[in-house]
Ligand binder design. Structure first.
Ligand code: ATP
Ligand code: MG
Length: 429
């Protein structure tokens, strides 16, 4: 036997049993996006490396050590996208969607980061992302948070909490950054290696450190919230007031900074304690400076991205069963003529009943073997056509889940029978 080739470390197959949960989340999100007036955008998986260097920032973990970067055959430096925001902004500028306009966009797809694979952290993972443009106030942040809260509710998640912070305007952040560098410089010996490296390149990220040895120092660090100007404070207060009014609970976490260079004002994370260290399910905020950084006209922007793998794991953990999209019926067919006629009949049923889930037996086998397949498929009914049924013009009906006597219907009545049995609507003529 030839040697087996395995998937790449950190990149996973999503098998049929799991994909049902994925589809349910995606479907629910899609319906919510429609309800809130968001439109889908699809971007390429590969972009010029410079796009991410310029947007995410050269001194971030993502760009420094996590990107899948390669030269293509023309010698251009390309990267697999590590996130969707940069591509979305690039596309928006390129196609004139952003200037002087209001946009509500969403996307869904794989992202790539060369991280150390562990629970909730993979090298190919999937995000549903939402980006909005042209809205400067806290109202849109409120909408984004409400939308995400509604999604958790719709898919039945409870064990998840909201943390919120404000980073103020770009200017305020700059002043604060200097203050922070002053502070941490005084304790340079106590900084771990990562934090020393970040001290001058990305000092806010030090606040994000998970290292227990650093926590005391971080606790005592200056707090940005206390250095905000009047406008920024009002912006944040208004957001909090709106959340209060609809009863969305939150904790203000003054250490929540998000790693990326492009955030300002509101940042938020939805976090669970059920998944161990990788507890952030969804993260987002305002990034007013990004459009200009990428060559567009200054445009307000805010969005979030949720990690599908972590969400799926949380749903699986909570013991929710898949909804069960098992087949309605499995068509058992024995003999060549019965098989041909049965498959043609099946096509007629599908044409008339668009909601019908019907599996036709295509792999031969005895009655017994086929009933086994029917049972394993999860179908409610086995529909049976062999020589006898063929001669009599009928279809045998065997109930696989209910204690009901086997019965039969005339072939010409099968469509009506299935419609009634499963409450299916006929195709509108
Ligand atoms: P973390 O602090 O966990 O590394 P992050 O700040 O790098 O997260 P973002 O870039 O904000 O994450 O991505 C948004 C969401 O995407 C995260 O909250 C998480 O749910 C998910 N995510 C990020 N990186 C990964 C990964 N390597 N594997 C699985 N999910 C991920
Ligand atoms: Mg990360």
């Amino acid at each position: 036997m030839a040697k087996q080739i395995k998937a790449i470390r950190g990149m996973h197959d999503i098998l049929p049993q799991q994909s049902e949960i994925w589809q349910r989340i995606e479907q629910t999100a899609l319906e919510l996006f429609r309800a809130y007036g968001y439109n889908e955008i699809r971007m390429p998986l590969v972009e010029k490396t410079d796009l991410f260097k310029r947007s995410i920032g050269e001194v971030t973990d993502i760009v420094e050590k996590e990107m899948y970067t390669f030269e293509d055959r023309n010698g251009d430096s390309l990267s697999l996208r590590p996130e969707g925001t940069a591509s979305c902004v690039r596309a928006g500028i390129e196609h004139g969607l952003l200037y002087n306009q209001i946009q509500r966009l969403w996307y869904n797809g794989p992202m790539f980061r060369h991280e150390r694979p562990q629970r909730g952290r993979y090298r190919q993972f999937h995000q549903i992302g939402v980006e909005t443009f042209g809205m400067a106030g806290p109202e849109i942040e409120f909408e984004l948070i409400s939308l995400s809260a509604r999604l958790w509710q719709a898919i039945g998640l409870q064990d998840i909490r909201l943390e919120l912070n404000t980073l103020g305007s770009a200017d305020e952040r700059k002043v604060y950054r200097d203050r922070l560098v002053d502070y941490f410089s005084r304790y340079i010996d106590k900084l771990d290696e990562d934090s020393q490296r970040r001290l001058h390149s990305n000092p806010l990220r030090i606040l994000d450190s998970k290292n227990p040895a650093m926590q005391e120092l971080i606790e005592a660090a200056p707090v940005l919230m206390e250095h905000l100007g009047e406008d920024s404070r009002r912006h944040f207060e208004r957001l909090c007031a709106l959340l209060d009014q609809v009863g969305i609970a939150y904790q203000v976490n003054t250490r929540l900074v998000r790693g990326l260079d492009y955030y300002s004002h509101t940042v938020f994370e939805w976090i669970t304690d059920s998944l161990g260290a990788q507890g952030t399910i969804c993260a987002g905020g305002r990034y007013d400076s990004l459009v200009e950084m990428l060559g567009g006209k200054a445009t307000s922007a805010a969005g979030f991205a949720l990690g599908m793998e972590r969400l799926v794991e949380l749903i699986t953990e909570s013991g929710q069963q898949p909804n069960g999209d098992a087949a309605h019926a499995y068509l058992v067919l024995v003999g060549d003529t019965a098989t041909s006629q049965g498959l043609v009949l099946a096509e007629r049923c599908r044409a008339s009943l668009p909601g019908l889930r019907l599996i036709g037996n295509c792999a031969g086998g005895s009655f017994k073997a086929q009933f086994k397949r029917a049972d394993r498929s999860g179908a409610q009914l086995a529909l049976l056509i062999g020589d006898d049924e063929l001669a009599a013009g009928i279809v045998g009906i065997k109930y696989l889940r209910d204690k009901k006597e086997q019965s039969e219907v005339k072939q010409e009545n099968l469509i009506d029978f299935l419609a009634q049995q499963f409450g299916l609507d006929f195709l509108e003529k």
